[in-house]
Design a protein around this ligand. Sequence first.
Ligand SMILES: *Cc1c(COP(=O)(O)O)cnc(C)c1O
Length: 363
Amino acid sequence: MSRVYNFSAGPAVLPEEVLEEAQEEMLDYKGAGMSVMEMSHRSKAFDAIIQDAEADLRELMNIPDNYKVLFLQGGASLQFAMIPMNLMKNKVADYVVTGMWSKKAYQEAQKYGKANKVASSEDRTFTYIPDCSDLPISEDADYVYICENNTIYGTKFKTLPNTKGKLLVSDVSSCFLSEPIDVSKYAILFGGVQKNIGPAGMVIAIVREDLITDEIIPGTPTMMQYKIHADADSMYNTPNCYCIYMCGKVFKWLKEMGGLEAMKAHNEKKAKILYDFLDGSKLFSGTVVKEDRSLMNVPFITGNDELDAKFVAEAKKAGLENLKGHRSVGGMRASIYNAMPMVGVEKLVAFMKKFEEENIQNV
Ligand SMILES: *Cc1c(COP(=O)(O)O)cnc(C)c1O
């Protein structure tokens, strides 16, 4: 067996300890005589799995009691529709567009009401986070929407926008559990788990309880009503059982790592190794405004498309995989989520140094 360092943006690297545990339990989960994949979601064993997962997540994020934790299917993208369907009472919402994902959410919301783009960083290809201290918030806005960490462009909100008292909705897919946050500042926060938590196919939505009502856009499908899922504790229909099980294991792993304060320190140290190298490099450069840099997704370029392609190909040969940038932006991107070990980033930087020495004359 040989494992590579996987810099994929998602589905992404998982902690090796977690994969090993799942392997050990694959055929016989704790004496059940079957795999978690094979058991009823109404079984005692699975009930303990989902309850433990929720309790551990609540502890890790310090989630207040007046928030529901929902394990839903349809990925983060289904939330782009569920949010307006459940929250647009006045049929008005304000969107901050800082990348492809918030743009998609903004476009989806237009189907259900008036979605306003109150700020955008598209003018400079999403390489920065716009000033959100005094946005033209609509008086009757049902909520203000952001994508907190922009997976494709590598930017991150370091301070939350001033919503002028309106509800804040945040897509945290690619920064979920990467550092502590104050959940009480959000109305809804949600993330597809395949970025920083578990396997693909699930989104975790953390929703303030008073927002979970029957007052929703008429015609909203049953499966897209927060209340249906909240009332049934995410078991209205068969949930993504195996994904919940894997996420639960990652929550326990995070607790063992010291929780989110410790993860933050670890992630800052890890990202600094890469950013410091980029700042001093004669060949490579980061593409994002320094103060808005993400700790999780680090895009960089050589400025030469052929050299970029050569880098990605040679890195792959050296066991450093999935460094190609998103198809919409090109260049390179290293996603260095919680489960990417320090040594992975050190090896990447060592490889970049060597590549720079060998190729600097070609620039
Ligand atoms: C990947 C991603 C999505 C889309 O997630 P799906 O689960 O594939 O729908 C949405 N938002 C952000 C920030 C992402 O990184």
